[in-house]
Design a protein around this ligand. Sequence first.
Ligand SMILES: [Zn+2]
Ligand SMILES: [Zn+2]
Length: 372
Amino acid sequence: MASKRDYYEILGVGRTASEQELKSAYRRLAHQHHPDKNQGDAHAEEKFKEAAEAYAVLSDTEQRSRYDRFGHAGVSSSAGAAWGAPGFGGIEDILGDLFGFGDVFNAAGRGGRRTTQQRGADLRYDLEISLEQAATGLTAQLRIPKLERCETCNGAGSAPGTRPETCQTCAGAGQVRFQQGFFSVSRTCGNCRGTGQVITSPCTDCRGQGRVEREKQIEVKIPAGVETGSRLRLQNEGESGAYGGPPGDLYVVIHVAEHDLFERQGNNLYSSVPVTFAQAALGAEIIVKTLNGEDSLKIPAGTQTGTVFRVRGQGMPVLGGRGRGDLFVSVSVVTPTMLTREQRKLLEQLERIETKDLEDKKLSEKVRDIFG
Ligand SMILES: [Zn+2]
Ligand SMILES: [Zn+2]
């Protein structure tokens, strides 16, 4: 705090400087040290902030009088937090005037409203559907809250029977000039954003915005074959543009919910089906579930767990094309846990034969190892 420079000294004005003198001094310094023009120059940034702080205090009558009486101590609490903090009234207006920061600081409302036509925002709607719906396609009814063109003023923002008036700041030119030392700088008029006109009697239904918020119901045809991440673009179904500008687009983003039985990869589906030991060993015709119902599948004798069979044409339809993917069924042999007396007897009989088979096999492999 001890090294803090005097605010008047920073701005290079006398202690009796008028509001207008302070403002011009600040404009000149802000212009000179603005970060946009001095990128990476820490010294300039420091100067810029210093000037902003000094101006914030001195342009406020109450703070200025406290500063005059008590120096930095009189305003330290507010001045320390001044940069970018609330209650920092004038600065954004001035920056907006100087550098076209109007957009960032939302300067609407100062001296009338802007009438620039702007394209409406794009909207995104996330739609979750089932795998079955993705396979057949569907017609979805979406309810979308969005800004629609105000019918009262037909999107113009002016109350019916009134017209926007010529901007007084730029006299309708859309450009303003101001003197900056030896230079004359010309830039887009911040009051009317270069259109030369401002709305002086705003439409009451849309408060001069030309748009009102409404929930719109939209019917969307979702084609068969969509997958998670598929995006449908509905042209001009986004928000209406400001002041009669063109509307944005609506993007419907598809999310296909996980399915209990099927996993999807591209146009193919994957599932698994349990078979009994006897079916696997002897071969069988088994019933497999498909997305549409059921289909039969022949498995050969000696089928092992993990063997995958293809059921042609039971996958997902090709999006925007012909044909369908396939269904791949992985077979898992189920080991029984509860046996009836008869099953147990048969399995014990089987075990005796199999053990002998396995020993014969091992023996023959050994013999082969030795003589092979
Ligand atoms: Zn309106
Ligand atoms: Zn203007």
